[in-house]
Design a protein around this ligand. Structure first.
Ligand code: FE2
Length: 212
């Protein structure tokens, strides 16, 4: 199907100058054109001194959502950047440097949904290309089949170094900006921030919210 979005297989696309009142309908319109269902959540915070972990969206679900969007209503006073990492590049680095890690099986338990978990390889072929899907060190992660001699801490440190080399977008979203992200090909994070921050998040074909 032809779509005007991510036309050449880009991993993300930024839209600017959207009037605040049109951001939500615009996101649903974009979502419906690249998927079937959309699910919206307002993310409002009054500062958070901790960055979130780098992650793939809904990594704890066996079927990750393929796309999601973030729209800025109000940026934080300071920080609250959005960073996107190239999961395809990360998979390539791992394959070249540490091919034994391709045997690793990760278990990602959901933080807010009981009994939801994904048991998946570190690198997955989603959408026709090998890509890293991952969540940084977290007590709800399990790591299995590490290569001999590699500790879990060593594994997470190595993964951090891979992600450091895979950044493909880093910005503070401004009011009127929407970023559309291919979740199969990327990972992302939100940095620490101070002050009120208002973001709208829309997931496309979120497996946790099946359409009725
Ligand atoms: Fe996220």
């Amino acid at each position: 199907m032809n779509t005007p979005y991510l036309p050449n297989g880009e991993h993300f696309q930024v839209f600017q100058g959207i009037p605040i009142n049109e951001m939500s309908p615009t996101m649903h319109e974009i979502g419906k054109s690249i998927g079937t269902t959309t699910f919206e959540l307002g993310l409002i915070g009054y500062g958070d001194p901790e960055p979130v972990r780098i992650h793939s969206e809904s990594v704890y679900h066996p079927e990750m959502c393929p796309y999601f969007m973030l729209a800025c209503v109000k940026p934080a006073e300071d920080g609250g950047d959005t960073i996107v990492y190239d999961g395809v590049k990360a998979a390539r680095i791992i394959t070249e440097e540490q091919p034994d890690l391709l045997n690793v099986r990760m278990v990602y338990h959901a933080e807010h949904y009981d009994d939801t978990k994904a048991v998946v390889p570190l690198v997955r072929n989603l959408g026709g290309e090998d890509s890293l899907t991952f969540r940084q060190k977290f007590y709800l992660n399990e790591v299995h089949h590490l290569p001999e001699g590699m500790s879990e801490d060593g594994f997470y440190e190595y993964m951090d170094s891979v992600l450091d080399r895979s950044v493909e977008f880093h910005a503070t979203l401004q009011p009127g900006e929407i970023i559309l992200i291919n979740n199969y090909k990327t990972l992302h994070v939100r940095t620490a921030y101070t002050g009120l921050r208002k973001i709208i998040r829309v997931r496309v074909d979120d497996p946790a919210y099946v359409a009725i």
